[in-house]
Design a protein around this ligand. Structure first.
Ligand code: XIL
Length: 356
């Protein structure tokens, strides 16, 4: 009894020792696990740096693709509706409104504590895309066209003022491949006065939002940058309350232009904010390392210029990029693969935001 009990005690003792040692090993393994830094999301890193990191988003994917929605919520502190806040999407006929998709974007952003870039109140330039509703194009006279613009801005800004904190009031006022003001049907009919009025109206309706002109290719074409500087200067002189300039930054050649920083600094010198609003960088020859370096350089440039408040990419997964249809599926321009794996560009951006 005694023996057996003492033997049992000794087995129990060995077992206890074994358990204690095992527990100690497990705890130290756990400690190692806890000590290893949990990688922060791009959103957390951007929050720490005080900049916005955004992505253009599509409500159909938000609703039907859980991976898409999960990454969009986790990795970005801002969203831009890729198409669903545009004029044709929200008011295809005068005062006939189709808000459902734009509402879905706004609701998602609200649910996940994200800001929204309101894109866009008026996009007059129709190069490549038929963006002006027919009723506007066919307005009976100039004052009717102006009324349509006023009504549209009032409806959209009123509806989304609470969730949108900055508006692309005007998208692409310049000729796409030129340097001057685009003579589309709106500007040809109303001159530049409609632009001044659009900014004034947006300011009145949403006094706390930042108001932007958003433009393509100025980072790449110096004369177009000069054209935009001239136009924005004229609009401000005429009383337009402009807070910032959006650089679309569609780098379809796979290179980031050397002038990006000086272009930003020119806007900063005028006291304006500057945002990268539609970044995508083509991958050339499947070289994902170069792609990563290019992405990192855009974020580094934004961090280096105090007026730069935002880097938004035009989507985040190669599964859903407008470039698949526009220039081809081989350019894989975004941060995640079509199967939602983070690419080297993701890691490079994270390191840049972390200051590594
Ligand atoms: C694009 C969308 O990505 C496409 O789905 C749509 O067919 C056309 O518009 N500049 C802009 C964006 O300001 O609104 C455009 O978005 C891309 C070019």
């Amino acid at each position: 009894m005694t023996k057996s009990s003492s033997s049992k005690d000794s087995i129990t003792g060995s077992l206890r020792l074994l358990l204690v040692l095992t527990a100690a090993l497990l705890i130290s393994a756990c400690d190692d696990g806890h000590d290893a830094p949990v990688p922060l999301t791009l959103r957390e890193l951007a929050d720490q740096r005080g900049i916005l990191i955004g992505a253009a988003a599509q409500p159909g994917l938000i609703a039907n693709d859980a991976d898409y929605a999960r990454i969009l919520a986790a990795e970005f502190n801002s969203i831009t509706a890729e198409n669903d806040m545009k004029w044709k999407a929200t008011e295809p006929k005068h005062m006939t409104y189709t808000w459902e998709n734009a509402d879905a974007i706004a609701a998602f952003a609200t649910a996940y504590g994200q800001t929204v870039r309101g894109h866009t109140l008026v996009w007059p330039n129709e190069f490549q895309f038929q963006v002006i509703p027919d009723y506007v194009r066919n307005a009976a006279d100039a004052s009717t066209m102006q009324q349509y613009i006023d009504d549209h801005i009032e409806a959209v800004v009123t509806r989304y003022a609470d969730v949108v904190d900055r508006w692309d009031v005007i998208n692409e006022p310049l000729e796409t491949l030129g340097t001057g003001v685009d003579q589309n049907v709106i500007t040809a009919t109303l001159g530049e006065a409609w632009m001044v009025r659009a900014f004034q109206q947006a300011r009145t309706l949403d006094p706390t939002a930042d108001l932007y002109v958003n433009e393509s290719l100025t980072e790449l074409i110096p004369a177009k940058h000069a054209g935009l500087l001239a136009l924005v200067g004229r609009l401000i002189d005429a009383g337009a309350p402009i807070d910032g300039v959006g650089l679309q930054a569609h780098f379809l050649g796979g290179k980031v232009p050397a002038a990006l920083q000086s272009v930003m600094e020119d806007w900063q010198a005028l006291g304006l904010k500057v945002a990268i609003t539609e970044l995508d960088i083509a991958t050339v020859g499947g070289d994902l390392q170069t792609h990563a370096t290019q992405y990192a350089s855009v974020f580094a440039t934004c961090l280096a210029v105090s007026a730069c408040v935002e880097v938004t990419s035009w989507g985040f997964t190669d599964r859903a990029t407008w470039l698949n249809g526009f220039i081809g599926p081989e350019f894989t321009p975004l941060l995640f693969t079509e199967n939602y794996q983070p690419k080297p560009a993701y890691t490079a951006v994270a390191k840049t935001l972390a200051g590594d």
